[in-house]
Design a binder for this molecule. Structure first.
Ligand code: S3P
Length: 450
C-alpha cells in the first residue's frame, strides 16, 4: 500500500534506448527546509521549483497548522508568510507527516523550543522508524517527548518553556538529526553547537545563513563543529530550489544500463555533500559527463549526460563517501548488477532505518531477479552479471519506499525479463512525475493492472 491509497502495481520492460532530456523535480531536502525556514521567518518567502511531492505537501500542511500562511501560486511556486522564530501557534489537530522522516524530524526540532504541544504521526513506514535519535538531543533543551515504546510515532512533543542552548555530538551520521538540533537552537538563548564526525548534507547550514542566522562551521579533528547563535530574526527570502540529484539518479542510472541510451538531466545540484553517487558511477567506468558546470545560488550545478555504459566494473565504494550518497545505494545496487565483478558497499548501517530496511528490500528483490547479494549489518555486496546479464522476471515489494520502487523499475528496463513492483504508489512522495518523465525518454513502464 502506498499509505495514501490503493496499491499501484507497476511493470518495467526492456525496450528501445532512452533518449532525450529529463528535467527532474526540485530537491526534496531543500523544499522541506524552504517551507520550514519560511514559516520561521518574518515576512514573505517566495519559493520557485518547490517539489510538489506528497512528503513536501505534508510539510506545507504542517506549517499551516503551526500558524504560517502557506499558499500555492502556481506550479512549484509558493508563498510563505512566516510567524518568526518562537512564533509557532499550537496546532489544533494531529500533525501527519505521511512517509517523511525529514518532515517529521525537522518539524519536531522547529517547535521543540516553543511553549506548545504537538502530536505527530505518519504512515506505517514512518511510524516504524526511530525517533529517539531526535528526541534525545531535544530533551537537552528541556523538550519532553511521549511516544510508543522504542521511541516511535505517534508521539507528542511538549516544547521547552525555558529552553537552554545545547552542545551535541551526533552519534549517527544524519542531516535530519543535525538539522533538528539546529532548528531547536533557533529559539534557545546563547549558542547551540552541533558536532558531526562525518559531513552530512549541509542544506540547513547554508539556508539558515541565507535567512539571516549567524552560523559558523569549523572543521576540527573532532569533526565539523557547527555553531548557531540563538534567537536571530530570520527574514523571508526568495528561494530557487535546484533539481534533485537523488531523483536525477533514476534516469541517469537507467541510461547507463539500457543499450543505446543518451540522456541529459539539466541543472543538477552537485553539492559535494550530495554528489557521491556520481563520483562512484564514474569510478565504475560510467560514461557520465558534467556539462556546463556553473554556480547557482551558492551551489555547484551542472547538466549531467549519461550514456549507455556496457563496460562498467564493480568497485568498493569508499565508506567515507556513504553520507554523500546515502539515498542512492538502492539504485547503485541495480547498476552494480549490470557491471562486471563485485561491488562492495561498506559503512551503510543507516540504510537499515530509511523508509524501509533498504539493504533487505534490495537484496530480496535482486535475488528474486537472479542477482547474488551478500549482506551484513552495515555492509552489502552485489555480484555483477555484466551488461545484458541480469535475468529479471520477478515481482518485488516496494515496502512503502519510493526509492525501492523506482530502483526496481529502472532495473526492469535493462533486464532480460520484465520486473514488476507490487506498489509504485510511494513514488509520489518524492518524484510525482516519474512515470511521464521516463515515458518521454522512451521507457516502457506501465501500471500493471491498467
Ligand atoms: C535528509 C537526510 C537523510 C536522507 C533523507 C533526507 C535531509 O536522512 O536520507 O532522504 O533532508 O536531511 P538522514 O538524516 O536520516 O541520514
Amino acid at each position: 500500500m502506498s499509505g495514501h491509497g490503493q496499491p499501484v502495481p507497476m511493470v518495467a520492460r526492456k525496450g528501445a534506448a532512452l533518449v532525450g532530456t529529463a528535467v527532474v523535480p526540485g530537491d526534496k531536502s531543500i523544499s522541506h527546509r524552504s517551507l520550514i525556514l519560511g514559516a520561521l521567518s518574518i515576512g514573505e518567502t517566495h519559493v520557485t521549483g518547490l517539489l510538489e511531492g506528497q512528503d513536501v505537501l505534508d510539510t506545507a500542511k504542517a506549517m499551516r497548522a503551526f500558524g504560517a500562511g502557506v499558499e500555492r501560486l502556481g506550479e512549484g511556486e509558493w508563498r510563505i508568510e512566516g510567524v518568526g522564530v518562537g512564533g509557532f501557534a499550537e496546532p489544533e489537530g494531529v500533525i501527519d507527516c505521511g512517509n517523511s522522516g525529514t518532515g517529521v524530524r525537522l518539524i519536531m526540532g522547529s517547535m521543540a523550543t516553543s511553549p506548545i504541544v504537538a502530536t505527530f504521526t505518519g504512515d506505517a513506514s514512518l511510524n516504524g522508524r526511530p525517533m529517539a535519535r531526535v528526541t534525545d538531543p531535544l530533551a537537552l533543551f528541556g523538550t519532553r517527548a511521549l511516544g510508543r515504546r522504542g521511541g516511535r510515532l505517534p508521539m507528542t512533543i511538549q516544547g521547552a518553556e525555558d529552553p537552554v542552548p545545547v552542545r551535541y555530538a551526533t552519534p549517527v551520521p544524519s542531516a535530519q538529526v543535525k538539522s533538528a538540533v539546529l532548528l531547536a537552537g533557533l529559539n534557545a538563548p546563547g549558542e547551540t553547537v552541533v558536532i558531526e564526525r562525518e559531513a552530512t548534507r549541509d542544506h540547513s547550514e547554508r539556508m539558515l545563513a541565507g535567512f539571516g542566522a549567524s552560523l559558523t562551521t569549523e572543521v576540527t579533528p573532532e569533526g565539523r563543529v557547527i555553531t548557531l547563535k540563538g534567537q536571530p530574526e530570520l527574514r523571508g527570502q526568495s528561494v530557487a530550489v535546484p533539481c534533485d540529484p537523488s531523483s536525477a539518479a533514476f534516469p541517469v542510472c537507467a541510461a547507463l544500463i539500457v543499450p543505446g541510451s543518451d540522456v541529459l538531466v539539466p541543472n543538477i545540484g552537485l553539492n559535494p555533500t550530495r554528489a557521491g553517487l556520481y563520483q562512484t558511477l564514474r569510478d565504475m567506468g560510467a560514461d557520465l559527463t558534467y556539462e556546463n558546470p556553473r554556480e547557482e545560488g551558492g551551489e555547484p550545478v551542472a547538466d549531467l549526460r549519461a550514456r549507455y555504459s556496457p563496460a562498467m566494473k564493480g568497485i568498493e565504494v569508499p565508506p567515507e563517501r556513504a553520507a554523500s550518497m546515502i539515498d542512492e545505494y538502492p539504485v547503485l545496487s541495480v547498476v552494480a548488477a549490470f557491471a562486471e565483478g563485485r561491488t562492495e558497499m561498506p559503512g551503510v548501517r543507516e540504510l537499515r532505518v530509511k523508509e524501509s530496511d533498504r539493504i533487505d528490500a534490495m537484496a530480496t528483490g535482486l535475488r528474486a531477479c537472479g542477482v547474488t547479494v551478500d549482506e551484513g549489518e552495515d555492509w552489502w555486496a552485489v555480484e555483477g552479471l555484466g551488461a545484458g546479464g541480469v535475468p529479471g522476471g520477478a515481482t518485488v515489494e516496494s515496502r512503502l519506499d519510493h526509492r525501492i520502487a523506482m530502483s526496481f523499475l529502472c532495473m526492469g528496463l535493462g533486464s532480460a525479463q520484465p520486473v514488476r513492483v507490487d506498489d509504485g504508489g510511494p513514488i509520489a512522495t518524492s518524484f510525482p512525475v516519474f512515470e511521464g518523465l521516463m515515458a518521454a525518454l522512451g521507457a516502457r513502464i506501465d501500471r500493471a493492472n491498467a
